[in-house]
Design a protein around this ligand. Structure first.
Ligand SMILES: *Cc1c(COP(=O)(O)O)cnc(C)c1O
Length: 398
């Protein structure tokens, strides 16, 4: 600290000083706990895709700055994937932008589209970078809270409608939803689309878990709803779908004007990233449906294993319809064990008590009290790791 009283971190970011993930991962190390806090897989994605990255490196593809919008092979593959899965047509040259993961796509989109003072409506609890990016853009976040209803966290459409004001710039939607595992239904998405059209709003939709939907309905992209193609910025990523979260290859698909706007911000963030990995992800996106189906089935099995174990250990489980997270309510464990339903205190004590790390959902809320009793566990881990975690958690109540 200098002698001046002014803190180093600016006012826009002051509230985001440190993340709970750092604290919990450190606790996992010192206590030898199983870390079900952070959501990354403990097994790498397909060998042939790893080899594709090695080949690109060796062949000298992507070792120097790739083109600003992304390598043509990947943009073509992204457009083809949208066409094949959802019958959505995007021009690879004008309507696709490759980013440094979905994280940069979110940042660049908000920095490009939001003026200081604009309101951004986001579903609460939210992915932690949303609040920080809205703040960096100078926007005001307006949370609409998903609340438990019949075993899942659901959107209150009246509340969403009421949140729209003349200052609303955009709706920031996330489906499948992290951390709750909620997948918005066709009716909910239809209502969101109608609202966006009626109030002439832009919609940014984070669909990084598009291939992790366990319902038979499958993933429904918001851009495919009537009137949405021209007002929606869709965000995708290879990290979650192909289990290569370290590669940081994400993308934006939208209209030429919106993609150009997002690119204007993106070029001054990373400019470009992940050169050789872009070629590998282009190959990954053309994997046959059997890859996507068996990946999803594998995750569904893991979900079932962990949710059954959590239930037996005494938690209330909100069975996720998508993503690789399970949100639980700790209150059924009793006042003493659940620290009076205080998820923060519970998660701080859990490594010592049970040798497992989880994340208090309250960190994803502006209305902390709404999220207090909820705790999130990740199930994108090897089966024996999940089995051991369940064994440890059951010891809580015995
Ligand atoms: C993991 C995640 C991201 C970030 O994706 P990257 O491609 O790793 O940057 C964005 N949104 C949600 C909801 C996520 O869970």
């Amino acid at each position: 600290m200098t002698s001046s009283a002014r803190p180093f971190l600016n006012r826009r970011l002051a509230e985001f000083g440190t993340t709970i993930f750092a604290e919990m991962s450190a606790l996992a190390l010192t206590t030898g706990s199983i870390n079900l806090g952070q959501g990354f897989p403990d097994t790498d994605g397909p060998e042939e895709i790893r080899e594709a990255a090695v080949r690109a490196l060796r062949d000298g593809r992507g070792n120097q700055y790739p083109p600003g919008p992304g390598v043509p092979e990947l943009r073509t593959a992204i457009a083809a994937h949208q066409q094949r899965r959802y019958a959505l047509s995007y021009d690879p040259d004008r309507e696709v932008l490759v980013t440094a993961g979905a994280t940069e796509a979110i940042a660049a989109t908000l920095l490009a589209l939001v003026e200081p003072g604009d309101e951004v409506i986001a579903l609460e609890p939210y992915y932690d970078s949303y609040a920080a990016c809205i703040a960096m853009a100078g926007g005001t976040r307006v949370p609409v809270t998903l609340r438990p209803h019949e075993g899942a966290f659901r959107l209150d459409l009246d509340e969403l409608r009421a949140a729209v004001t003349p200052r609303t710039r955009l709706l920031l939607i996330n489906t499948p939803h992290n951390p709750t595992g909620t997948v918005l239904t066709r009716d909910e998405l239809t209502a969101i689309a109608q609202l966006a059209v009626e109030r002439d709003l832009l919609v940014v939709t984070d669909e990084v878990y598009e291939h992790l939907v366990f319902d038979d309905a499958g993933h429904l992209p918001l851009a495919s709803f009537p009137g949405m193609r021209e007002r929606t910025v869709s965000i995708g990523s290879a990290g979650k779908t192909f289990s290569f979260t370290g590669w940081k290859v994400g993308w934006v698909t939208s209209t030429p004007d919106l993609v150009t706007a997002v690119r204007s911000a993106k070029q001054f963030l990373t400019y470009v990233a992940s050169g050789p990995f872009q070629y590998a992800v282009a190959e990954a996106l053309t994997l046959p449906d059997t890859y996507f189906d068996s990946f999803r089935e594998d995750m569904r099995t893991k979900r079932d294993l962990l949710s059954a174990g959590l239930r037996e250990a005494g938690f209330k489980v909100f069975e996720p319809s998508g993503t690789y997270f399970i949100t639980t309510d700790i209150r059924p464990l009793g006042a003493a064990l659940s620290k009076d339903g205080d998820g923060f205190a519970f998660c701080r004590a859990l490594p010592e008590r049970a040798g497992v790390v989880a994340i208090p959902n309250a960190v994803f809320y502006d209305h902390r009290e709404e999220g207090a009793p909820f705790v999130r566990f990740a199930f994108c881990k090897q089966t024996d790791v999940l089995t051991e975690a369940v064994t440890r958690l059951k010891r809580l109540t015995t």
